[in-house]
Design a protein around this ligand. Sequence first.
Ligand code: ADP
Length: 528
Amino acid sequence: MNSNEIDIHKELKKYFGFSQFKGLQEQVITSLMNKQNTFVIMPTGGGKSLCYQLPALIQEGTAVVVSPLIALMKNQVDAIRSLSSENGIAHVLNSSLTKTETAQVKKDITSGLTKLLYVAPESLTKEENVAFLKSVPISFVAIDEAHCISEWGHDFRPEYRNLKNIIKQLGDVPVIGLTATATPKVQEDILKNLEMSNAVTFKASFNRPNLYYEVRTKTKNVESDIIRFIKQHKGKSGVIYCLSRKKVEAIAEVLKVNGISAVPYHAGLDAKTRAKHQDMFLMEDVEVVVATIAFGMGIDKPDVRFVIHHDIPKSLESYYQETGRAGRDGGEGHCLAYYSYKDVEKLEKFMSGKPVAEQEIGFALLQEVVAYAETSMSRRKFLLHYFGEEFDSETGEGADMDDNVRNPKTKVEAKNEVVKLLEVVRDTKHLYKSKEIVFTLIGRVNAVIKAHRTDSQSFFGCGVAHDEKYWMALLRQVLVEGFLSKDIETYGIVKITQKGLDFIANPTSFMMSEDHEYSDAEDEAIVT
Ligand code: ADP
């Protein structure tokens, strides 16, 4: 059976009641039904589930769906069952099932009734399950939340690494990987681990034009600033993210004292309280949830109007996911982050107890957050660049929706400085991260520079007319412009691109804006 013989529009209407596909769904479904390995990168809410649910429902055999969270699997199974009169149309296979239940699941699969079988990666490692799946017709394997395969993703699960070996045993079945994680590094890891370099890739834009991005300096008055902000958004729903449970409790308390209805949410509260607080938020009995990142997975409240980060997040990926919970209905969504370099130092200290590789990844990811917070360029352009997407900060959708664009800093011509910077990167032969490049420009020595004897080179100190902050800002802007690239594999070695070499050969105007001054930031306890 191939996609030409089935009218997928008709099937869409029949099963889901929708008259149109959303975004790239149709192309994805066609690819999968043509038995091609398929890779889907769409932001949360983009409609990924339907990309495998519909082909599963209308093809012969059972589709195996790998998903990391039991709660999410259950939701999906309930949703599919509601589309059909047969309960057996979708099942979850996991170790919590009784013998009788497992037998029923297997019977429904064997009889051809079950179209979607949700499994946790752990269940797929069980020999008896694999043996069973080998004996029945499988239409395809879907790997949901595929970023769990990568250590560079925000939710690494080692069991995901073994999936390819198991899939191979199932014979020649097409694989569809799906994720809302858009960084090029994670995508590369997924394709490599699943051995899917031949996959047809579909990537939707991650631009959320209705979200407004803002960063404020975190001072000791941060709490009153938050209260003022919430009062300006009276009657609207919002989430405040903090990194520690203690902070969550403290902020929720301060808000309550100030007449704002707020509840805390973190993993230290018992399940009943968490569920109650989540329901209160969904039912609009409270305006604000103050939460750790434990809050949000699977939350689908369309009218969250603001997401505040009291503490900076650990990666831009998490920031994007967390702010992405605002404005899902397409309406206003204000994303405000408080930034202090002291928070960064604390996070670094917190990470220093971890294994070295994990630490390096953690530092590299955190540096990107710092760059985002300190930049004076379009935050949307910066974020989307991080996700490998070009954004025109003048004409792109949502271009004026951030603090930097609304209140631009004066720009200065930096053509000659860009050339100087690019030449230093070229002439230091791709050995350095941002810090050493800037040190070389301003003529400061450290152990790395000494070891390479860069301090005896003629260009050492060639940028002394400007300070460290200036060069760091310029370097970030030049990176986003694509004249330089940062190699994440080596934790941030900066390299010159062809575009950069072309600029040296043929320099044109380059208007830079100096970065924000955040030095007045105050200490805040974040990690407990
Ligand atoms: P994701 O998994 O990418 O976060 P979901 O699969 O949960 O997204 O879909 C998000 C929402 O979009 C759901 O409410 C779903 O019912 C809806 N949706 C999906 N496809 C369509 C479509 N073709 N037309 C209308 N709504 C759709």
